[in-house]
Design a protein around this ligand. Structure first.
Ligand SMILES: [Zn+2]
Length: 523
């Protein structure tokens, strides 16, 4: 699972578990043995080869574009700070900003070198949400301007709507239409997952995106800057407002004012771009029904993790045993158990091990947009990512429980196994759109992601909290940590039943009529 704030650079992304492929070799087929300047990428290739071997042993058929593999092309973006600069200009006087302390150029939103100077306008949270008659851009002249906004949303906007309109692509749609050319995002000091110091120290790790132009969501966006709230007062000098006033409103998620600032931003951004390539793995178990076998229930799990990074206690290997060795192992084990105990399966089951989840759900985004089976034939996605068998499985959080009859089926199966199903108790963390199922949802496909969880106020809550603090995205997420194997077994059995029941149900899953997520479905 990637970090929450997609505007923050992901940690450790310099250690891509993906092999670099130079443009000059682009004519070679994927999977050959080109020189590989990033030695750790060998790890991902070995892991993928092992998975393919296991899926073959389980008698699954290849269902990628190239045997079991579906090649995916990426670009990596990096700022050359030694050649870049940011400055605020007020009344003809220029004051330079420090990348480490004040603001940095964010490569998730700055995709090409840019040299520009533009006036700033504060746009509150910067959201246009027609469903709530909210238009924070109304009556503002944004043509040729750089907009400044506070990350987040007002509390009267339902969570699902707020997170939908805060995605980079949706937010930019309305800003672009209003004529803006750049963005400055100020972190909301009241809701920062990690402190500025930790964000800033990792700001120069490269970001990654799918290479194909169709996935480019921010056309016309020339510059994206992330701003330290502790330095944000500088932006408001001479505007008649202070950042202290904005932050106080933002703390309680109250509506914010909108006004032109009296400063301009002068920016010189030098961006370096590199091409990379990796692949998803796709295998299928063909169903027995002559018609239904042409429909697919997807079991997805990401196989990548964050690679080799900064040492913690002398260890540089970020193993990712839970995140997401656990999900990858579960997929291989279910394949093996279906071979050992063949069950009648009417629809086909697709085993999908995606790449680059930690880089922003990219492998699944590519697969969902370019599936290797007919797009309309995918009836459901059951995604498994870091299901955390670290306590006995008594309570199962079913992400998407109330959204579709797939969610309802998951809850019923859990109940029949003596497990209590619950909906997401922390909707504000947006967990349901933070793993690969989100890309299937965006294609209209009913999806669930289920995770072992705890009763609030019990000692188990502390076990989870400690795990997140100490092992999540750290070298100690390794095979030496305590695992509740009984919980893992039970979770796997639950997942197996969910796949089989969905594959054998007469009707394909449907979104609930009142589900927010139904908006992506064509019907
Ligand atoms: Zn992760």
């Amino acid at each position: 699972m990637p970090f929450r704030d997609s505007s923050a650079p992901s940690l450790l992304s310099s250690s891509l578990p993906i092999r670099f492929r130079s443009e000059s070799h682009a004519h070679h087929a994927f999977g050959d043995s080109l020189a590989c300047p990033r030695r750790h990428s060998l790890g991902l290739r070995k892991a993928q080869a092992y998975v393919v071997e296991q899926l073959q042993k389980a008698s699954l058929e290849p269902a990628g574009a190239n045997g079991f593999y579906q090649p995916v092309r990426f670009n990596q973006y990096e700022v050359d700070e030694s050649k870049s600069s940011l400055a605020l200009v007020t009344g003809g006087k220029s004051k330079s900003l420090s990348f480490a302390d004040d603001a940095f150029i964010n490569t998730r939103s700055t995709r090409a070198s840019a040299n520009l100077s533009a006036p700033l306008v504060f746009i509150g949270y910067g959201l246009q949400i027609p469903e709530k008659n909210l238009d924070e851009l109304a009556d503002l002249d944004l043509k040729g301007k750089i907009v400044v906004y506070l990350a987040g949303s007002a509390s009267d906007i339902p969570t699902a709507l707020a997170s939908h309109y805060q995605t980079a692509g949706e937010r930019w749609k309305s800003l672009h239409a209003a004529g803006a050319i750049g963005t400055i995002s100020i972190f909301n000091p009241a809701s920062m997952d990690i402190p500025w110091s930790r964000i800033s120290v990792n700001r120069n790790h490269p970001s990654m995106d799918l290479a194909d132009h169709e996935f480019y969501e921010t056309p016309g966006l020339q510059l994206g800057v992330s701003f330290n709230p502790a330095s944000a007062e500088k932006l408001f000098d001479g505007s008649g407002h202070t950042f202290a006033e904005i932050a106080a409103l933002g703390k309680d998620r109250k509506p914010l004012p909108h006004f032109a600032l009296s400063t301009s931003l002068k920016a010189n951004a030098v961006i370096l771009t590199k091409a990379l390539e990796s692949s998803n793995i796709v295998a299928k178990l063909t169903g027995s029904d002559p018609t239904l076998k042409n429909e697919f229930v997807v079991l997805s799990a990401h196989i990548d993790h964050v690679g080799i990074g900064a040492p913690i206690n002398g260890d540089r290997i970020y193993n990712g045993a839970m995140d997401n060795g656990s999900g990858s192992a579960l997929a291989m084990d279910i394949a093996a158990s279906l071979k050992a105990h063949p069950e009648k399966v009417q629809r086909s089951i697709l085993f999908l091990l995606v790449t680059a989840e930690e880089k922003g759900l990219l492998g699944s985004k590519y697969f969902a947009a370019h599936p290797t089976v007919a797009p309309k034939s995918i009836v459901a996605d059951v995604n498994v990512d870091m299901f955390l068998p670290i306590v006995p499985l008594k309570i199962l959080k079913v992400g998407g429980l109330e959204e579709s009859d797939l969610g309802a089926r998951a809850a019923a199966i859990a109940q029949s196994m003596g497990i209590k199903p619950i909906a997401d108790p922390e909707p504000l963390r947006n967990l349901f759109i933070r793993s690969d199922q989100y890309n299937f949802i965006k294609q209209g496909i009913p999806s669930v992601k289920c995770d072992i969880t705890f009763e609030p106020g019990t000692p188990e809550q502390k076990i989870f909290k400690d795990w997140l603090t100490n092992r999540y995205h750290a070298p100690s997420d390794d095979v030496n940590q305590p695992v509740d194997l009984q919980a893992a077994t039970l979770y796997e059995e639950f997942t197996r039943r969910l796949l089989l029941e969905t594959a054998n149900a007469p009707a394909r899953p449907r979104w609930k009529p009142d589900s927010f997520l139904r908006r992506y479905a064509a019907d």
